[in-house]
Design a protein around this ligand. Structure first.
Ligand SMILES: C[S@@+](CC[C@H](N)C(=O)[O-])C[C@H]1O[C@@H](n2cnc3c(N)ncnc32)[C@H](O)[C@@H]1O
Length: 253
């Protein structure tokens, strides 16, 4: 008889940010297939005797190809196991969770989900910078800053360059210069504040406050590396601990 796969969001790092459902599923699993962004503390919560299969990074830093990950999940479920597929953040936000679920369900395997706190939500609450704020941002967009090797980062800069929207750029460290340039070309001011947060919600969290026209140089100088995300927009002004009333006046003026 086939087992099943629990598609679990482990959150951004801090084990306290896992949901009760995520924890229950992790403890019920006898096989755990995990991403590199899942912290050791979270992994340590698996059931005694469960088998761990890391697929985030193989030797020499090559990631395990997605097709292979799909096959591992399928093989383990077909062998009758309850498989925890642990992913950083939420499995359905830049996490390929839906691709894995579609593949498994296409092969008759049952999938159950546990949503996770996204890296954006974790960084927002750990820094105190909201993603929306009355008078500063009426919407938020999660954007990938990653491009396939040899391909140009093909984003709709015009749509993204909205001064009333907060942008959260995922996987953007390598391309932050190109991203800032694309936004400024569509008239988002160079003075727009940017907050980069590395390893958010972990003991190694790093923060860098910058602005659009300087962020690439600042990130290079600080040596920020993945996993890092960027919060771009007026909400970042709240990080400077200026009185909210003054900021709102500034935003409207
Ligand atoms: C493949 S995506 C995974 C996103 C995840 N599923 C989520 O819901 O947040 C990986 C990217 O997420 C961001 N990220 C993940 N964990 C992070 C953390 N603890 N701090 C900052 N950024 C993080 C980084 O931009 C990283 O390159």
């Amino acid at each position: 008889m086939s087992g099943k796969v629990f598609l679990i969001g482990a959150g951004p790092g801090d084990p306290e940010l896992m949901t009760l459902r995520a924890l229950r599923m992790l403890r019920e699993a006898d096989v755990v297939v995990c991403d590199r962004l899942v912290s050791e503390e979270i992994l340590a919560m698996h059931a005694p005797g469960a088998r761990l299969i890391p697929v985030g990074k193989a030797p020499k830093c090559h990631t395990v190809p997605q097709d292979r990950i799909n096959q591992i999940l399928l093989e383990q479920a077909r062998a009758g196991h309850r498989v925890a597929r642990l992913k950083g953040g939420d499995p359905m936000i830049f996490g390929r969770g839906s691709e894995e679920a579609a593949f498994l369900m296409g092969h008759g395997i049952a999938v159950e989900y546990a949503p996770g706190i996204t890296a954006a939500q974790g960084a927002s609450c750990s820094t105190g910078v909201p993603l929306t704020h009355r008078g500063l941002a009426t919407s938020v967009q999660y954007v990938t800053g990653h491009r396939q090797a040899d391909k140009v980062l093909d984003l709709d800069w015009k749509r993204l360059a909205d001064p009333d929207t907060t942008l959260v750029i995922y996987m953007g460290v390598a391309n932050i210069g190109q991203i800032a340039m694309g936004l400024m070309t569509e008239n988002l001011p160079g003075s727009t504040p940017v907050l980069a947060v590395g390893k958010a919600t972990t003991p190694d969290e790093r923060r860098l406050v910058s602005r659009l026209d300087r962020v690439a140089a600042d990130v290079r100088a600080a040596g920020l590396a993945a996993p890092t995300l960027f919060i771009i927009g007026k909400v970042v002004s709240l990080y400077a601990e200026r009185p909210v009333a003054e900021l709102l006046e500034h935003a409207h003026g």
